[in-house]
Design a protein around this ligand. Structure first.
Ligand code: TYM
Length: 333
């Protein structure tokens, strides 16, 4: 069955508070894509169990991800916004794709090796097959475009491999899915201390969350690493300075960015002023999202309605794909 509009799919794990990396790597593009594409966006609660087996805060984490997505401008009437575990077809396709995924390639996945280092006492099979579950999320809707940040590139490559293996063995069902950022490079929002990237569960003092108070935002930015500035024109920016400029580019006006670029080139930049300006622009950016998300988070009737409508749309599309998959595999008797 040919779909009328290009299908878009993406997901966010429910492992903590959303941050600027999630916004600029993913959600901003969800919002930009919702008008033109057939969009499926979900909260990956099953994926979060691979590293966060404690479920006491899961409900709150899942609803907050939904609330924050809507607060950022996603319209649940225009897209399917749902929770992964509400679509059981995901688990069914995951099982079938597992027969096409090899232990060797799964063990070589960068994110798997990272998690093994971080949690050596919990190297479970779900963690090993994490990319297969992600491929199931995407292929379940026969999506072609997947708006994600740079850290997801390898998972997308694996999704293409599983899709191609399936098509080769059983018949052409799945299009190849590609990571998408409107033709630009995929984004990586670095942490404020210049060590690694912003993250939901690590590096919290160097990560700006969409739920941070105005004071926290100011404090975190004022503490960001700087130095005494360049002394010779043409000096390349060190990584931690580059990071501050990247954040300025994301939330400040063009003239502001140009002024500080010029000051840097003329070797008279004052990083204290840059950080103050960035902090105020960041507060202006984050505060309305934080307030809107808090209001939605308190509206359990609205949240329930979003999830139910999202599930219905996602299961309709999933059911169509699973029929094609089973027919192609000869699992139809
Ligand atoms: P997760 O929950 O770690 O992140 C959600 C989205 O935010 C992006 N992101 C970033 N982008 C730029 N800079 C950063 N510092 C940064 N941190 C996170 C991620 O690239 C992602 O787009 N495996 C996925 C969840 C998932 C999924 C899927 C994604 C499950 N199924 C199907 C796409 C399609 C993950 O852990 O994302």
């Amino acid at each position: 069955m040919q779909k009328a509009k290009t299908v878009v799919m993406s997901g966010i794990r429910s492992t903590g508070f959303l941050h600027l990396g999630n916004y600029f790597g993913a959600i901003r593009n969800y919002v930009r894509m919702q008008e033109e594409y057939d969009c499926f966006f979900m909260v990956a609660d099953l994926h979060s169990l691979t590293t966060h087996p404690e479920t006491k805060e899961l409900r709150q984490n899942v609803t907050r991800v939904i609330a924050e997505n809507v607060a950022c401008g996603l319209d649940p009437k225009k897209v399917a916004l749902y929770c992964q575990s509400h679509v059981p077809e995901t688990a069914e396709l995951y099982l079938l794709l597992n027969m096409l995924a090899y232990k060797g390639e799964l063990e070589k996945t960068v994110t798997f090796k990272e998690k093994v280092r971080q949690h050596p006492d919990n190297v479970n099979a779900g963690l090993l097959t994490y990319p297969v579950l992600q491929a199931a999320d995407i292929l379940l809707h026969r999506a072609k475009l997947v708006p994600v940040g740079k850290d997801q590139e390898q998972h997308l490559e694996m999704s293409r491999n599983f899709a191609n293996r399936f098509n080769h063995r059983y018949g052409e069902i799945f299009p190849e899915p590609y990571a998408f950022n409107f033709g630009e490079e995929l984004i990586k929002v670095p942490s404020l201390d210049g060590k690694g990237k912003m993250s939901k569960s690590e590096n919290q003092m160097a990560t700006l969350y969409l739920s941070d108070s105005d004071d926290d935002i100011r404090k975190k930015i004022m503490k960001a690493q700087t130095d005494s500035g360049p002394t010779e024109p043409g000096t390349p920016k060190p990584d931690y300075i580059q990071n501050l400029f990247l954040l300025l580019r994301l939330v400040s006006a063009d003239e502001v960015l140009k002024k500080f670029e010029k000051d840097y080139d003329h070797c008279n930049i004052r990083y204290g002023d840059l950080k103050k300006q960035l902090a105020e622009d960041m507060v202006r950016f984050i505060a309305p999202i934080r307030e809107k998300a808090a209001a939605i988070q308190n509206d359990s009737v609205y949240l329930q309605q979003i999830m139910e409508e999202g599930t219905a749309k996602a299961r309709k599309s999933a059911g169509e794909t699973m029929r094609l998959v089973k027919d192609a595999m000869g699992l139809a008797y």
